[in-house]
Design a protein around this ligand. Structure first.
Ligand code: RTP
Ligand code: MG
Length: 148
């Protein structure tokens, strides 16, 4: 059995898509084994997307990820990493097929709703970063965190 790390990004939370996204993972056959609602510190966002630190969009990506609360989750199942990437869809919602999360809910790469680990090794790394790290202690949100 494999585990993968999935995160509903701030635009997904803001738009009220936590429920529909969790439903899709449950319907596909995944089991939810951990979930944490949190507002990321800049350092955690930077570490999470460390592989992209030299890309021109890195700063915008970190701003986006820290712009409001996220829903971080660990889902377990057979071929969890590949199955999650398959129901999430291509990185750019413009190219993602209808029926995938990004294909159904996103319009543009700067707001692609959800993250999914790209390999079992990154999944283990990301799970430790979000669920076994002092940086990611659970917290209560202020209503202003949601941009309301
Ligand atoms: P993710 O890590 O969020 O699951 O996305 P991914 O594997 O499909 O794509 P990746 O290459 O890892 O990119 C990470 C995130 O960076 C943003 N991005 N922006 N403006 C751009 O050209 C650009 N390219 C990537 C997206 O939010 C993407 O999900
Ligand atoms: Mg990625």
């Amino acid at each position: 059995m494999e585990s993968t790390f999935v995160m509903i990004k701030p635009d997904g939370v803001r738009r009220g898509l936590i429920g529909p996204i969790i439903t899709r993972f449950e319907q596909k056959g995944f089991t939810l084994i951990a979930m944490q609602f949190m507002h990321l510190e800049r350092s955690l966002a930077e570490q999470h997307y460390g592989e992209h630190k030299n890309k021109p969009f890195f700063n915008e990506l970190v701003e986006y990820l820290t712009s409001g609360p996220v829903c971080a989750m660990v889902w377990e199942g057979r071929h969890a990493v590949a199955n999650a990437r398959s129901i999430i869809g291509k990185t750019n919602p413009v190219e993602a097929s209808p029926g995938t999360i990004r294909g159904d809910y996103g319009m543009d790469i700067t707001g692609n709703i959800v993250h999914g680990s790209d390999s079992p090794e990154s999944a283990q790394h990301e799970i430790s970063l979000f669920f076994h790290s002092a940086m990611s202690a659970p917290m209560f949100m202020e209503i202003s965190d949601f941009g309301h």
